[in-house]
Write a new protein. Sequence first.
Length: 379
Amino acid sequence: MADELKRGLEGVLVAESDLSYVDGEVGKLVYRGYDIEDLARGASYEEVLYLLWHGSLPTAAELDAFTADLVAERDVDDDVIETVRALADAGERPMAALRTATSMLSAYDPDDGDSEETTLTQGRRITAKIPTVLAAFERVRQGNEPVAPDPDLSHAGNFLYMLTGTEPDPVSEETFDMALTLHADHGLNASTFTAMVIGSTMADVYSGVTGGIGALSGPLHGGANQDVMEVLHEIDASSKDPVQWVKDTRDDGGRIPGFGHRVYKVKDPRAKILEEKLRDLSESSGDTKWLDYTTAIEEHLTDQGLVEKGIAPNVDFYSGSVYDSLGIPVDMYTPIFAMSRAGGWIAHVAEYQEDNRLIRPRARYTGPENAEFVPIDER
Ligand code: CMC
């Protein structure tokens, strides 16, 4: 039925893609055929970027060359750092600062044009520079000077280093790298579709990534990881039983952040991996508070039949607690999601532009007809 209205574009097929596949019925996510669990446990974020951008997992030599190219792009022009400084001083939110800075990065990009090669070259620059921008913002906000990137560290390790000024321990680096891999791509989610719509006009990839950041910032999308952590802190500060908090929230008609998903009808596979990671980190540190709260909430909602109805934990339910155990401030969680998802946005823009058709849906018009125009001085 051509005229069937699909609110929220639910289930509407708009493109073909080789990049990632989500089976929401069984809780499966693959990137180019590889199960997310294998990639999260066995591949670095750099390998995953290569896979998404170039179609196959790299050999050791290909990865070395790819990593060197990425590392070479980490420095950010002083003007951008000055803008980041001004935004931090003005109290701007990190996602908004990242959106502004990403847009500004294009001013210093020497390339122009709309070939797939340009998209991937510029995409590599954006991906390499986002961690530098974010870490600088956080450092300035804390009254510290930005830390220059360390070319000897991985994408994940270098970000944690620039954030704290200290080289991360292997467990933190590995955990963070895993989180980046888990968030890198996820079919045509709202932010990826935003980037694709922008890309379909043949606008440059800076525009696509900037738009993606804007879409990701909302609480129904990437903003939920921050909301989950704020809830856990609220529960902790009020000494409320987590189950009571859930009951009160539901009685008030509120939603539980970190639960529910447009595609998954069972527990998100990324949430399972992060839950396991949280369990390991909590047990090795001896601090199981966030694990206890999240487990209590999940058990309660399972008992209440919510999970069976398809409103199950999504990736955001556990990512915040994992980031907290790495010492990352709450409002940096969504920017970190953006730092990872930029890889997916760029891959989708490049893929779509290869066989581009302008994305231009329509709305069913429900406004008035034949309205009689009255000049302004007669209204
Ligand atoms: N808590 C309680 N009830 C919920 C929740 C929730 N978190 N999520 C959905 N529902 C209920 C909703 O009230 C509605 O019930 P009813 O049919 O009785 O009105 C039903 O489930 C369907 O909800 P919907 O809003 O039509 O479903 P959607 O597919 O449009 O929404 C969602 C998906 C993610 C926006 C929604 O589940 C939600 O708001 N979750 C909380 C925010 C969140 O965790 N977002 C992160 C998503 S995963 C990461 C990412 O991809 O960005």
